[in-house]
Ligand binder design. Structure first.
Ligand code: EPU
Length: 344
């Protein structure tokens, strides 16, 4: 394993933010990971784990050891009448893995096609789309536990998956994910009730058609990061209590909303941003995408400062107009490679 110095991370984050890492290593095996962690400890460097870079906000200079996860592997490790369990290396490309499952007649992940990023990041924010969240199909997550200094397996229950959340978000510097085991269905149980997906799938209710329609809908709304650098949905859909929703609904009856458990209501951040006039609007070189207001795009050579200026302006406008706080979805790092709260 080779540690490089002064490495530009621009090609490795989908917002294309210029970010130079003082130290950088590609991690292809669990042994590489142990060697790199040992190096970081000896050199007194913080460690920043970089996966597909599709959900992160990086500063221009990072004094830390960046671990670029590239552990491969795709193995069927167990099977029963109803399911097959597949062990997947953290560095496998998520979308390619989804396509592979469909080609092998394994069901469950089709709604999550075309989500950018790598398999190892999928449990962290419990990626979800079109009525499915990845946590439903995870059996366990293999990690290196930096606190206990050992490899461990965390069961799906212990991952505590919820909307765009898991224990990995609560303990950001503790676990490094090396492998994810998925338990997939051998018989189709297609989830096609989500809005425009139902119409798109029509009568051809096969997993392959479902996957193709998801790809088609995403391509028609969401910008390709190669053309318009972005990090997917930039804000989470706010989850508010019913009483708060009832008040807002009196003023804005068309606000798209989705009832949740425990008397909560999820509301569409994209609609709020659109109504506030931000769809297709830019501040300097960063703006909200003209086909989906929830996606922030770097239109030129923006740095984190430009990104912050735009999203703070959006947050302020939404607060003024709707009295709702929008929480960014991507994670924010500081110059020492540590995760920072968006509230600081
Ligand atoms: N809307 C607008 N204007 C816009 C965008 C959306 O009015 O510019 C309205 C839509 O008409 C719709 C509602 O807002 O009534 C919701 O929009 P959409 O169905 O496109 O989904 P979303 O809430 O914007 C969420 C996820 C996406 C996921 C889609 C489909 C979050 C934060 N985002 O987006 O996830 O693909 O649903 O399931 O939960 C991601 O996390 O990066 C991501 C792309």
């Amino acid at each position: 394993m080779n540690i490089q110095q002064h490495v530009q991370l621009k090609p490795f984050n989908t917002l294309n933010l210029s970010a130079v890492a003082s130290h950088y290593a590609q991690i292809q095996t669990e042994d590489h990971l142990l060697e790199a962690l040992d190096y970081a400890e000896r050199q007194k460097l913080n460690v920043l784990v970089l996966s597909g870079g599709s959900n992160m906000l990086l500063p221009e200079h990072i004094h830390a050891l960046v671990l670029h996860m590239d552990i491969q592997g795709l193995d069927i490790i167990a099977e029963d009448d109803l399911t097959q369990t597949i062990a997947v290396g953290a560095g496998q490309i998520w979308h390619d893995f989804v396509l592979w499952t469909t080609s092998k007649n394994l069901f469950g992940l089709q709604n999550l096609a075309l989500i950018p990023g790598l398999v190892g990041a999928s449990p962290v924010q419990n990626i979800g789309a079109y009525g499915v969240e990845v946590g439903e199909f995870i059996d366990l997550v293999r990690v290196y536990d930096r606190q206990l200094k050992t490899f461990a397996s965390i069961t799906a229950t212990d991952c505590q998956f919820s909307y765009r959340h898991s224990i990995f978000k609560d303990n950001p510097n503790r676990y490094i994910i090396t492998q994810v085991n998925f338990k997939l269905l051998k018989k189709p149980d297609l989830k096609i009730n989500y809005g425009d997906l139902k119409t798109a799938v029509g009568e051809n209710k096969t997993a392959e058609n479902l996957q193709n329609q998801v790809i088609h809908i995403r391509q028609s709304k969401l910008p390709d990061p190669n053309e318009y650098p972005n990090a997917g949905s930039f804000f989470k859909n706010p989850v508010i209590c019913q009483a708060e929703y009832d008040q807002i609904a009196q003023l804005f009856p068309n606000l798209p909303h989705y009832p949740q458990a425990n008397n909560q209501v999820k509301i569409a951040a994209g609609w709020l941003i659109d109504q506030a006039g931000w769809k297709g609007k830019k501040l300097d070189m960063v703006g909200m995408f003209h086909k989906q207001a929830l996606v922030l795009v770097n239109y030129d050579n923006a740095t984190l400062q430009h990104v912050k200026a735009t999203y703070h302006a959006v947050q302020q406008d939404i607060l003024n107009k709707f009295k709702i706080h929008l929480e960014p979805e991507p994670v924010l790092f500081d110059e020492n490679g540590l995760l920072r709260s968006h509230h600081d």
